[in-house]
Design a protein. Sequence first.
Length: 140
Amino acid sequence: MAIERTLSIIKPDATRRSLTGKINARFEEAGLRFVAQKRIRLTKEQAEQFYSVHAERSFFGELVAFMISGPVVVQVLEGENAVARNREIMGATNPANAAPGTIRADFAESVEANSVHGSDSAENAAIEIAYFFAGTELVG
Ligand code: UDP
């Protein structure tokens, strides 16, 4: 299996409830390593651009407002099959459908405030990592 990198974001509902450590432990216990991590506040423009694929969706405005409602932790995870592995650990978008033991099943508040983001393909991971991190900030 290939060693991959993926972008993860701990969303404002989770930073607000001080869940960063608990969520990070799940990634590490699953064999994913942190190669970069920073706590930031997204600007409205950053959030709109990051989620621009959803610009026409009815939930877009609320999603952007949510993503700028508090700090987020952007992080790069590395490991075998990291993109798919991270998505497994996160669970389904809607916590009502997320498998038991996943981050979203255990921590998410709603389909919007669902605690974590994870890239959905290796191609998008490369784009999303470059959106937040310079190459020199990735320390493997
Ligand atoms: N989202 C929402 N309402 C919906 C679907 C999605 O607010 O009906 C939000 C939710 O925070 C989700 C994000 O939009 O994580 C991106 O949606 P996507 O379908 O890409 O899900 P993900 O890849 O995050 O599981």
